[in-house]
Design a protein around this ligand. Structure first.
Ligand SMILES: Cc1cc2nc3c(=O)[nH]c(=O)nc-3n(C[C@H](O)[C@H](O)[C@H](O)COP(=O)(O)O)c2cc1C
Length: 118
């Protein structure tokens, strides 16, 4: 009986803290930015945005990456190795947000596309 009460209290505390977390995120100004070609990252960004009320923002580079695997990995690797950031078509107003989620597709294990927003 005592164990049951303790387990119930723990379960309530877990639910409450999850609820508070969700509520806090909802009240803050949240931006969910994503870069997606195939739609997977976009789908995840939309799931995050619908759970926390965040504003969705699609990252669109002014110049597209090559669509095939090897040329794309080479371009991304070269840009990262040389500190090159891709310009984007438009940038969000970062000052409007308290919390920013960023989703990008992973390329060649340790590389991520890099963007310049200013
Ligand atoms: C050129 C290229 C390289 C990739 N390299 C990796 C990788 O190294 N590791 C990995 O887990 N996924 C890799 N992927 C898979 C993508 O990261 C994965 O499919 C991602 O979910 C695609 O996101 P998107 O549908 O939003 O574009 C690669 C995809 C492409 C096109």
């Amino acid at each position: 009986m005592k164990l049951k009460s303790i387990l119930m209290a723990a379960a309530i505390m877990m639910l409450t803290s999850c609820g508070l977390f969700a509520q806090n995120t909802k009240n803050s100004k949240t931006l969910v930015m994503y870069f997606s070609w195939g739609g997977t990252t976009e789908k995840m960004a939309k799931m995050i945005s619908s759970s926390n009320g965040g504003q969705l923002f699609k990252i669109e580079p002014t110049k597209d990456y090559p669509t095939s695997y090897t040329p794309c990995t080479e371009v991304v690797k070269e840009e990262l190795d040389n500190g090159i950031f891709r310009q984007v078509k438009k940038a969000p107003d970062f000052s409007k947000y308290d919390t920013i989620f960023v989703g990008v597709r992973r390329i060649a294990t340790r590389y991520l596309p890099s963007f310049r927003f200013a």
